[in-house]
Design a protein around this ligand. Structure first.
Ligand code: EPZ
Length: 428
């Protein structure tokens, strides 16, 4: 049988309208936060992607009923609080499972979460998550590969969440979720400012939490006794939106994106403008179109509101066909460059020097069989395939399915020649 893969015949200009889905990275912690709530949580615009299915599977094991309603909304209600354990099998599949740690500890007073390992994008420590739980008063041990945390009642206090690479998105989410039910006031300094963290805070406030300062590096949480459920709509996925913008630009096409928040994409749009891609807000949505000649640029990934690491691979695909040399520096995950060798297989001229890649623009990319290594790298290879001459076969697209909702269908609807096939190659 083999695995699913994409076959892409490049060279068609994309034209038309695409709706951006709800943000995976906002939906995941918000789903985990349902553990904290008494009563029903109804979430709208939760994308149908593999990571959401994996987290739903974990939440069901943790006694939360998770159901997709006929109207598309996700309904979550806690039925049983006995099980507090997230096993290796599921954490290994999806690192974001770590975001049940804070909610379990705050609501059920104990949590046992398998320690996540590294992944294709590099070392991914969780020391800052553990520091936050300890500062809130939990006893935290590592037992046979599991994080085991206990606390009768968490107590609010000051938490500094800065690490060698800046703040931590899911660490801030965990600290904030745990603090909602702690006694007293918690101040999180050097909190992550990402829109997904702010979305989680808005959701928690709607459930009765008292959080302020979200979206800034200083978040203040006043503990409350109890959280109730609510209905909430997840923000649009800024990374999917950015990926679609590159799809429009790399094919010299014109795409209109519905459900797109430009205020979440300022650094990215700034770089697109420097490259020569037009991005314009209109009544119908955000219109992206590209002039023929693409200018090279330098870009460095940074925490929000800087340029997002989750769009680094996609921008690299675009810069491969710019007219000159670009420099891309990765400051969040310095090893997140597995797509470099694959793009070179398609005729790109990329040279990696430590956490930096020098991109020498080429006239055209050429279709080839390539292998996806992680979610955003897969997207970059699809984008390169859309622009390349000839046929590109992107193997291991299960990585892409983790975070992009019906990506092939969306691209096909605006003119891409992309087909999902069975029988792909999984050779290492
Ligand atoms: C979130 O991961 C996202 N995942 C990632 O998206 C994204 O790349 C990343 O934030 C950075 O924006 C989800 O939201 C589910 P971090 P997270 O903790 O929270 C270091 C995608 O493609 N660090 O903000 O796990 C860490 O090594 C995914 O959708 C510590 O040193 O990332 C990194 O250098 C991939 N100690 C930096 O901080 C810690 O305890 C930022 O990581 C935690 C992190």
């Amino acid at each position: 049988m083999g695995l699913p893969y994409f076959e892409i015949n490049g060279g068609t200009r994309l034209r038309g309208t695409v709706r951006v889905s709800g943000a995976k990275n906002a939906a995941l912690p918000i789903m985990a936060a349902a553990i904290l709530c008494e009563g029903e949580v109804i979430l709208r615009d939760v994308p149908r992607v593999a990571d959401v299915f994996s987290l739903a599977e974990l939440l069901i094991k943790l006694g939360v009923d998770v159901e997709r309603r006929a109207d598309g909304a996700l309904r979550l209600v806690t039925r049983d609080e006995m099980n507090c354990r997230a096993e290796y099998d599921i954490v290994r599949k999806m690192r974001a499972s770590i975001c049940v740690l804070g909610p379990l500890l705050a609501k059920r007073h104990q949590a046992q979460v398998s320690m996540p390992g590294g992944c294709a994008i590099g070392d991914r420590p969780v020391d800052l998550h553990l520091r936050a739980m300890r500062l809130l008063g939990a006893d935290v041990d590592l037992v046979a590969g599991d994080i085991v945390a206990r606390a009768k009642r968490l107590r609010g206090r000051e938490i500094f969440l800065g690490g060698p690479f800046g703040s931590t998105v899911l660490g801030t989410a965990n600290a904030m979720m745990a603090a909602t039910l702690a006694e007293g006031v918690t101040v999180i300094e050097m909190a992550a400012c990402e829109p997904e963290v702010a979305d989680l805070a808005n959701f928690l406030n709607k459930c009765g939490a008292s959080i302020s300062g979200h979206g800034t590096p200083r978040i203040v949480v006043e503990g409350v006794r109890e959280l109730h459920g609510c209905e909430y709509t997840i923000i649009p996925d800024r990374i999917e939106a950015g990926t679609l913008m590159v799809a429009g630009a790399i094919t010299n096409g014109e795409l209109t994106l519905e459900n797109c928040r430009l205020d979440h994409l300022m650094a990215f749009v700034d770089r697109l403008a420097a490259i020569g891609v037009n991005v314009e807000k209109t009544d119908k949505g955000v219109v992206v179109s590209s002039a023929r000649r693409l200018e090279p640029v330098d870009v460095t990934t940074q925490p929000f509101p800087g340029f997002p690491t989750d769009l680094q691979a996609q921008l690299m695909a675009l810069l491969c066909v710019a007219d000159g040399n670009s420099i891309i520096t990765e400051k969040i995950f310095p090893d997140r460059f597995l797509h470099v060798a694959e793009l070179n297989r398609m005729g790109a001229h990329l040279r990696k020097e430590g956490p930096t890649v020098i991109v020498e623009g080429v006239k055209r990319l050429v279709g080839a069989p390539v292998m996806a290594s992680d979610l955003r790298a897969s997207a970059a290879l699809v984008l390169a395939g859309l622009a390349a001459r000839g046929t590109t076969k992107v193997n291991r697209i299960y990585h892409l399915d983790r975070g992009y909702e019906r990506f092939d269908d969306k691209l096909r609807a605006v003119g891409a020649d992309i087909t999902r096939k069975e029988g792909g190659d999984d050779a290492g």
